[in-house]
Design a protein around this ligand. Structure first.
Ligand SMILES: CC(C)(COP(=O)(O)OP(=O)(O)OC[C@H]1O[C@@H](n2cnc3c(N)ncnc32)[C@H](O)[C@@H]1OP(=O)(O)O)[C@@H](O)C(=O)NCCC(=O)NCCS
Length: 151
């Protein structure tokens, strides 16, 4: 598996992985537009096929993970952790002191990954996610102090 910084040319691969990881995926144009945005960076992990994607925004000392997803076939092999660690390093380089993300409270794999990386529970956004026929779900806001960890 190889991790690299994403460019707009990676948008088709990123959309392909996102569609495998999420019920409401972002398309190619979403990734192209995002990667041209101010303070935005991303990473892609590839094995034989694209395996994982991450997009982060770092502006004015704060970083936010906008999305991170790993294709089901590539899970539990350290891809998610590698993507998050790369984003933490790049956010620090961009001058961010804090990193935030939102996650469905019931998404145990993701919450477990973030807690392992040092994220703490910072708050709850009630009924934040629309689960269609399954109603709405709360979002957990998680926060990481980037200054207290080595680069
Ligand atoms: C969450 C997600 C990104 C994790 O990716 P991954 O590549 O499988 O994660 P890793 O292999 O790097 O796991 C690192 C650690 O996170 C935790 N973890 C990951 N998946 C887990 C699971 N299914 N159950 C429990 N802990 C889990 C474990 O501590 C794991 O370490 P271990 O394998 O040594 O036990 C992946 O499951 C995914 O894409 N899910 C769907 C999309 C999603 O929910 N994205 C996050 C939205 S906020």
């Amino acid at each position: 598996m190889e991790l690299k910084a994403a460019t707009p040319q990676d948008a088709p691969d990123m959309a392909g992985v996102h569609a495998q990881a999420f019920d409401t995926p972002w398309d190619e144009t979403d990734f192209e537009d995002l990667l041209e945005g101010e303070g935005i960076f991303g990473f892609v992990v590839r094995g034989e096929d694209p395996a994982g994607v991450l997009i982060c925004r770092a502006v004015a000392g704060e970083a936010e993970i906008l999305t991170v997803g790993v294709a089901p076939w590539a899970r539990r092999r350290g891809v998610g952790e590698a993507l998050m660690t790369a984003a933490m390093g790049m956010a620090r380089q961009a001058g961010a002191e804090t990193m935030f993300l939102e996650v469905d409270v019931d998404n145990a794999p993701a919450v477990s990954l973030y807690e392992r990386l040092g994220f703490e529970r910072a708050g709850l956004r009630k009924a934040y996610y629309d689960r269609g026929a399954n109603g709405r779900a709360d979002a957990l806001v998680m926060r990481l102090d980037l200054t207290s960890r080595p680069v």
